[in-house]
Every structure is written in C-alpha cells, then in structure tokens.
Write a protein that binds this ligand. Structure first.
Ligand code: AMP
Length: 410
C-alpha cells in the first residue's frame, strides 16, 4: 500500500515522502480514502498511530480542490485540547502543505493574541485551535466559522475530560450544518458517543487499535514499591538501565516539580511540564527533551497530552492515574509508529484500587515485580488487583471465542 494508492495527489505524496514516510499507517490506510470520499468519520486512534496525517492529508486535498473565495475565509478547522497538541498538529499541516496553496495558522491561549490576529486578518484556509482562545477571538469579531467545510475534533475524549464540552457545543453551533466532520478519540465513553451522535452524519467507524486496548508493542510492568521510595527507585532504574529518554508521569504539578528536583540533584537532567509552567517553559522543556539535552521529562496528564515524541523507549508511571483511560493515553507515548517500548508503573499499596480499574479496562492483568532493597513495607490490601484483572481476562477470552455466557461453561 502506498500514499498514492489511497488517492492522494502528487503534491501531498511528495510532502509525506519528504518526512521519510512511504507506507501509510493502518489508521491512515483506513481513514484517508473515506475522508476523501467526503464521509464523516469516527476514529478510534491514540497518539502514535499516525492519526494527524490521517486527517491532515485528505483535508488538504479536499480544500485545495475547492475554490478559494477572495477574502479567504477559514474553511478547515482542527480543535485540540492542549496548546502543545495544537502546535504539533499545526506543524504537520505546514509540512504537508508545502506544495499546495493552503494557508494555515494556529491559535491558543497563554501567549499574546496580537500576532495571532494579524495572521488571521491576512486570510487563512486552515485553523488549528484550542477552544478557549478560539471562542475569545470569535467574540472579539476576529474569526467567523460560517464557512467551515471540514471540522476535525482531535483527542475528543481529553477535550471532555478537560471540561470543554460546553465550548465545543457552542463552537459547533457557529458552524454550518452542512460540513464534513471527523472525530478522533483514544477511548470511547458514553459521553463521547453522545457527542459524536450529536453532530456526525452517518459516520463510518474506523479503528486503529481495538477499543480501549493498549498498543501490543508496549511491554507493560508493575513494580510494587512504597510511595516514599519511588524517587530513589526511578533514579536507580534510569541510571542502571542507562535510559537516555524517559517520560515520567506524576499525578500532581507539585509532584512533578519535586521529582524533577530530585532527579536533577542525582545528576539526571530533568524538566517538568505541567499547567503552571508558562508556554515558553513548556516548549523549551519539550525541545530540550527531543534534542536529548534533557534526559527525563516529568509531566502531568494534561500537559503531556498529545506530545509528539517519536520512538520513545521508556515511560514510567510514577503514580497511577485515577482515571483508567489516562493510563492508555500515557503508555501511548511509547512503542510509537512501529517501535517497541516499555511502560513501568511504580505502584504503592494505596494505588491498588486504581490498578484494579486499569486492569479492568485493559481486560488483562499486568505482570508485577518487586525490586531487591525496595520491597514494600506497606500492605497491599483488599482483593488483589491482579485477580480482578484475571477474571476480566477470562471474560474477554470467552467473548473472543464467542462464549458470552462463559460463567456457565466453566
Ligand atoms: P501521530 O499519531 O499523528 O501523533 O503520529 C505519530 C508519529 O508517527 C509522528 O512522529 C508522525 O510523524 C509519525 N508518522 C506518521 N505517519 C507515519 C507513517 N506513515 N510512517 C511512519 N511514521 C509516521
């Protein structure tokens, strides 16, 4: 399968090839022809599957084949939950539109709006935006969504987690009913399905990975350890493993700062990325990490959302997320685009219920380990999470074999 055979024109294929990609990823193979046909698409795809090119390429093709009005109104819009993701999607739009006549820009909060407004006033075809700043600029009269032909809602599940549902509904009401809509989400809760039903018309469901499952290439492991010793253990793992690029997730901003300091003290270069950091600090941290100047990036869930870090070999969950779906997002940072990766979760006794929820969602129990000298002193109480996982696993296997009533057949 080639990008040409998906129906993309030479100018776009050339731009993709400039990035070194010759074979479409599964989500691209499925989504691109459907989007080109003009269909609404509901795509289950997490970061790392190549989803951005999956919607950007056909969007560029469609918009270049439609006539451009003299005042160049915005015709394509991509909504993302975070600034980082907006910046990354925009970067992709720019790269893929190198050989076509498409103007694009990105707007998000946290930076001055003046430069953004100036670019908008010159007329653009594709806008990548986070909901807050977009609504802000609309209310000031700088943006109209009346000419939207294609809408992409990227990482829709995270948008809802971040409380953007009302903003999204408001934005949808400002767009024409007749348009093509694409919704990308890593997980599919009831709320997402409801939102999708509210504006997608006769959508086709496209899946890059099975619903709510983790990428198979990610090697997942739980290490049981007391909370107070996690920092030391992380240092030991990184040093002894000689890990060069590690992404660590903490549950809180404060926790991210504290761990970053601890790592730096242990001579492991680390930077924190979270909501209290300025946009400049976040961009610098990410750039340093990508250039291998920073060995460890410590991030909270929201800040890390959609980070584009290709071939990330190690992810550590310093604390488990209390929303099980976030675990899927987190480990989606590793084992990306064909590379294998390892996701380690440092789990203390108090986190046993979270582990149970995660295993339930995954439908499997994660293998666990105890490291010498780091044996937990705190008791892991309650029903062992691994047992809950096992039971779910059996249920899933039974389902696969077509035995919905597995209980009766035991
Ligand atoms: P995404 O899921 O869009 O964040 O993409 C994940 C990573 O895969 C990014 O670094 C992309 O540039 C890269 N990528 C996208 N499409 C392909 C492809 N067809 N072959 C190899 N890598 C790709």
């Amino acid at each position: 399968m080639t990008f040409e055979s998906l129906g993309l024109k030479t100018e776009l294929v050339k731009a993709v090839e400039n990035k070194g990609y010759t074979i479409p990823s599964p989500i691209q193979e499925k989504a691109i022809p459907l989007v080109l046909e003009g269909r609404d698409v509901l795509a289950s795809a997490q970061t790392g599957t190549g989803k951005t090119a999956g919607f950007t390429l056909p969007m560029l093709q469609i918009l270049t084949s439609l006539p451009i009005k003299h005042n160049r109104p915005i015709r394509g819009i991509v909504l993302t939950p975070t600034r980082e993701l907006a910046a990354q999607v925009y970067e992709n739009v720019v790269e893929y539109s190198e050989y076509v006549n498409i103007k694009s820009t990105v707007i998000f909060g946290g930076v001055k709006q003046k430069a953004q407004v100036r670019t908008l006033q010159q007329g653009i075809d594709i806008l990548v935006a986070t909901p807050g700043r977009l609504l802000d600029l609309i209310s000031q009269g700088f943006i109209s969504l009346k000419n939207i032909e294609i809408l992409v809602l990227d990482e829709a599940d995270r948008m809802l987690d971040m409380g953007f549902l009302r903003d999204i509904k408001k934005l949808l009401s400002m767009m024409p009913n007749k348009k093509q809509s694409l919704l990308f989400s890593a997980t599919f809760s009831k709320e997402i399905k409801k939102l999708a039903n509210s504006f997608l018309q006769n959508p086709i469901l496209v899946e890059a990975t099975p619903e709510n499952s983790t990428a198979e290439k990610v090697n997942q492991k739980v290490i049981k350890v007391d909370q107070g010793r996690k920092g030391e253990l992380a240092i030991k793992l990184i040093k002894e493993g000689g890990w060069k690029q590690v992404l660590i997730f903490t549950r809180t901003k404060h926790g991210a700062n504290k761990l970053t300091q601890k790592l730096n003290k242990a001579k492991i270069t680390a930077a924190a990325i979270h909501g209290n950091k300025s946009q400049g600090a976040r961009t610098r941290a990410l750039a340093g990490f990508k250039e291998n100047k920073v060995r460890v990036l410590v991030a909270t869930d929201i800040a890390a959302r959609g980070l584009d870090i290709p071939l990330l070999p190690h992810v550590i969950n310093f604390e488990l997320p209390n929303i099980a779906e976030d675990y899927v997002h987190r480990i989606g940072r590793t084992g990306r685009a064909g590379a294998s990766g390892e996701a380690l979760s440092l789990v203390c006794a108090d986190e046993t219920p979270y582990l149970g929820e995660i295993e339930k969602l995954l439908g499997e129990n994660l293998p666990f380990e105890i490291i010498d000298d780091f044996e937990p002193k705190d008791k892991f109480q309650g029903k062992p999470a691994s047992m809950q996982g096992k039971r779910q696993n059996q249920r899933n296997r039974a389902k696969k074999r077509g035995k919905s009533n597995w209980k009766n057949k035991k």
